[in-house]
Write a protein that binds this ligand. Structure first.
Ligand SMILES: *[C@@H]1O[C@H](CO)[C@@H](O)[C@H](O)[C@H]1NC(C)=O
Ligand SMILES: *[C@@H]1O[C@H](CO)[C@@H](O)[C@H](O)[C@H]1NC(C)=O
Length: 260
């Protein structure tokens, strides 16, 4: 906003009107300097607006009616030939059934661009998640989307943690909707006595999902970083992550010898 004010101020004096229309032909060095300042301000303003738009929209807006994703990595064509697109490219079947439950008592059917190519460029996706009694969604984040969670069946303790480490949580039940702000750590637990089902809606064709375990413990982060962050011993980390403590050293050696 300060940038706007400065710019208006510069433009509002008569001599600046002239530098604005003919910045490169001004002979007065003061005018030249002003013109330069104005150009810099303009660039900063464009960058600022770009950044703001980037924060508001998670996916870029489409530039055509639809773009049914194709996986033709040889030609790098991103969309299916539109003459070959049919109604079936806009259909997804399979939310009427429960997926297989994992060890945490959770079964997910993801309807994102990977499973439903018609979603490409549309900036939306969804997922069905079923939870056995006591089943949980371990704390995780969707880096590219806000999520609306609609409880179709059952009772859940759900919530999220903001970047100030404040926890927002509540017992929610059939018909309730909870908003999970973009990129924040969140969780669900089926605290009822029947199997529960929720639908998650995302403002991205591919919201992404990461958990602490996958990003910090399974990847090639050096143990010393984890030891400092978590206050755990190398043995504890090994126990929690189930990985060989030499993995990082090995991975580092591997990556330094492989061509990049
Ligand atoms: C798209 O498909 C139509 C019908 O098969 C074909 O005539 C056209 O050449 C195709 N366009 C491209 C860009 O491949
Ligand atoms: C789910 O819907 C599909 C397509 O509509 C159908 O073929 C399938 O039998 C249904 N499955 C169940 C379990 O209802």
């Amino acid at each position: 906003m300060v940038l706007y004010d400065d710019q208006l101020l510069l433009r509002s004096t008569p001599q600046d009107q002239s530098t604005y229309s003919k910045p490169y032909f001004a002979s007065d060095p003061r005018k030249k300097k002003r013109a330069l300042q104005m150009m810099v301000l303009m660039v900063i303003r464009i960058l600022f607006v770009g950044l703001f738009i980037g924060l508001v929209f998670s996916d870029p807006p489409p530039v055509q009616d639809y773009c049914v994703a194709v996986t033709d990595s040889e030609t790098y064509i991103p969309c299916k030939n539109s003459s070959l697109v049919t109604i079936e490219d806009f259909m997804f079947y399979g939310l009427n059934a429960t997926a297989e439950f994992n060890d945490a008592g959770q079964a997910i059917v993801s309807v994102n661009v990977n499973t439903f190519p018609g979603l490409r460029t549309q900036g939306v996706s969804l997922a069905r998640a079923d939870y056995a009694v006591g089943g949980v969604a371990v704390p995780h984040v969707h880096p590219r989307a806000a999520e609306l969670v609609w409880v179709l069946e059952g009772t859940f303790c759900s919530g999220f943690i903001d970047s100030q480490e404040r926890v927002f949580s509540k017992v929610i039940q059939k018909g309730d909707v909870i908003l999970i702000p973009r990129g924040l750590v969140h969780f669900h637990k089926n605290v009822g006595d029947i199997q529960g089902t929720i639908l998650g809606f995302y403002d991205s064709e591919n919201a992404g999902r990461s958990t602490f375990r996958e990003t910090m413990l399974k990847c090639e982060v050096k143990e010393e970083h984890l030891e400092k962050d978590l206050g755990l011993s190398a043995e504890d980390i090994s126990k929690v992550s189930g990985r060989n403590l030499n993995l990082c050293g090995k991975a580092e050696a591997d990556s330094s010898t492989s061509p990049k």
